[in-house]
Design a protein around this ligand. Structure first.
Ligand code: FVH
Length: 283
């Protein structure tokens, strides 16, 4: 069913979101601080609002995708939010989402926060995901429209939940990148072909290891850190060996050192018989 939807913010991501809504047959009104960025969307059937107030007045669903949260409230300051659903897809912290949800509610609007797990090129393509939290009623009312942009997954009434999960997903990604950087530096130091190492050795290995993560999650959720695989004592010796090998190769093990410190801390408590999942308790 076609809906009236306004999109505020036409950066790379906002433009991709607005385009996906137009392609799905919705009536899209757009606003951007720099108006010229709306031109490609106007050619595809979008209407341009001269002000954020005009954009908010045009549609029951208002999608906001600006640079950061500090730019959101000034943008919506004078807008008529009564009866509107604000779906804010700007990346931010859980505390910012909760504060903004209250601010919108005080003005008679409903608030849904979104964490975009995609780059602009992925929008409306298989694999694109947006995590939502906040008003369930508002999410349910507009789920069909939201699903035109990416798979829409609702994660809870706390508006801070989607940004928290977004940050958790990014944390997993940065951990993986840290591992890749250290591994690449080590392999490069020995003159082995790096592209071959990554595609034929590292990626299949990481995929096999990633398949074990749901088992780890069960252990961390239950607090039972017993292991039938390798305990912390074995890992302590393993990481110590790794760090020494890096130094012998003339490579800095800097990204591994915080993990080593955590393992040392946990084993020093006499918990070396546990598995690596026990390290979550140290955090
Ligand atoms: N691009 C990506 O890959 C990531 C994927 C994950 C989610 N992020 C988040 O999406 C938000 C927007 O990101 P973006 O890629 O669209 O960013 P830009 O292309 O830099 O566009 C920024 C828009 O924000 C407007 N803007 C900036 N400051 C203000 C302000 N003070 N008042 C009003 N609008 C403002 C800017 O306007 P203009 O410069 O064109 O006039 C753009 O519309 C972001 O949270 C990512 O973390 C994207």
């Amino acid at each position: 069913m076609s809906e009236n939807i306004s999109v505020l913010g036409l950066g790379l991501m906002g433009t991709a979101l607005a385009e996906s809504l137009l392609n799905a047959g919705h009536q899209v009104t757009v606003w951007n601080r720099t108006p010229a960025k709306a031109e490609p969307l106007l050619a595809k059937g979008a209407k341009q609002a001269a002000t954020p107030e005009e954009a908010v007045a045009a549609s029951p669903l208002v999608i906001v995708c600006l640079l950061d949260y500090p730019s959101v409230i000034p943008t919506l300051e004078s807008a008529p939010l009564e009866g509107r659903v604000v779906a804010n897809l700007t990346t931010g912290r859980p505390s910012e989402a909760r504060e903004l949800a209250e601010w919108v509610a005080e003005r008679g609007g409903e608030y849904v926060d979104g964490g975009i797990m995609a780059v602009p090129q992925m929008i409306a393509q298989p694999g694109a995901l947006i995590l939502y939290s906040g008003s369930k009623q508002a999410f349910d009312r507009h789920e069909g429209a939201l699903a035109a942009m990416a798979e829409a997954r609702y994660t809870g009434e706390d508006p801070g939940m989607a940004p928290l999960l977004d940050l958790a997903m990014l944390t997993g990604m940065y951990g993986q990148i840290a591992g890749l950087l250290e591994a690449a530096a080590l392999v490069r130091s020995a003159g082995y072909p790096l592209t071959d190492f990554v595609s034929s050795l590292l990626v299949p290995w990481l995929n096999a290891m990633a398949a074990q993560q749901p088992v780890w999650a069960e252990k961390m959720a239950s607090g039972d850190h017993s292991t039938q695989v390798s305990n912390l004592e074995i890992n302590r010796a393993g990481v110590e060996n790794l760090v020494r090998a890096f130094r012998e190769q003339g490579v800095k093990p800097d990204l591994l050192l915080p993990l080593k410190a955590l393992i040392d801390q946990r084993t020093a408590r006499g918990l070396g018989h546990e598995g690596l999942s026990g390290l979550v308790e140290e955090l």
